[in-house]
Design a protein around this ligand. Structure first.
Ligand code: CA
Length: 233
């Protein structure tokens, strides 16, 4: 399961490079070429991090940064600004406006990945850590093992990704469409009710001993991890 990164950049070549390299690292990437589009996109689906170019058509990077910080629903999204060499003043202004970090172009992909991971580690530790814990459930991304109350839970790859997805934000309701995007990917056609089938399998494996179900079905909305479960165990 991966963090969602919104790339706001108008240089085609750099967009393609970022899309490819971030995708290869397992991130879900959404590329927008101008500020207006970016603002719409982040309200539709909240990214975990924004890579924001300084010089953009229509709405400048600094203005986007300001707007992201001004809105309640986007305020906490971390931002890494991309600035051209020599725009030192801009860089400082960017940090003043609320950017979390900046990179000066041209930068290496290795450097970019290191910064992205560092910012995500700080802001969303459950996304980048190898182990996610929820109540007595432990999911280890490195060994791809899941345990509940010390017992090993055997999950298929889809159920593993589903659980990992729900673990990103316990309590948050994920719609079937969001889960399809995150677990199966955007380019795959899968019916929404497939999600129900796999949630059913996940439940069966997790709650094998008639244990309390940590997954909440929210009618007409989707699925969530029951945060009262995480707190109770
Ligand atoms: Ca630009």
């Amino acid at each position: 399961m991966s963090a969602r990164i919104l790339v706001v950049e108008d240089e085609e070549a750099l967009c393609a490079l970022l899309d490819y390299n971030l995708g290869k690292e397992g991130f879900t990437v959404d590329v927008r070429k101008d500020g207006e589009e970016a603002l719409v996109a982040m309200l539709e689906q909240k990214p975990d991090l924004i890579l924001l170019d300084w010089m953009l058509p229509k709405v400048s990077g600094i203005e986007i940064c300001r707007q992201v910080r001004a809105r309640g629903e986007t305020r906490d999204i971390p931002i890494i600004m991309l600035t051209a060499r020599g725009e030192e003043d801009d860089r400082i202004r960017g940090l003043d406006t609320g950017a979390d970090d900046y990179l000066t172009k041209p930068f290496s992909m290795t450097e970019l990945m290191a910064r992205v991971r560092a910012v995500l580690r700080r802001t969303r530790p459950t996304l980048t850590g190898d182990v996610a814990t929820f109540g007595d459930i432990i999911l280890d991304r490195e060994t791809r093992r899941v345990r509940r109350g010390g017992r090993e839970v055997h999950l298929g790859p889809t159920e593993f990704r589903l659980l990992d997805c729900l673990l990103q934000r316990p309590g948050r309701v994920f719609s079937r469409e969001q889960l399809l995007d995150m677990v199966w990917g955007r380019d795959v056609y899968v019916e929404a009710r497939t999600v129900d089938v796999h949630v059913g399998r996940l439940r069966k494996a997790l709650n094998a001993r008639g244990e309390r179900d940590p997954i909440r079905t929210v009618r007409a909305a989707g699925y969530a991890l029951d945060e009262t479960y995480g707190a109770a165990v």
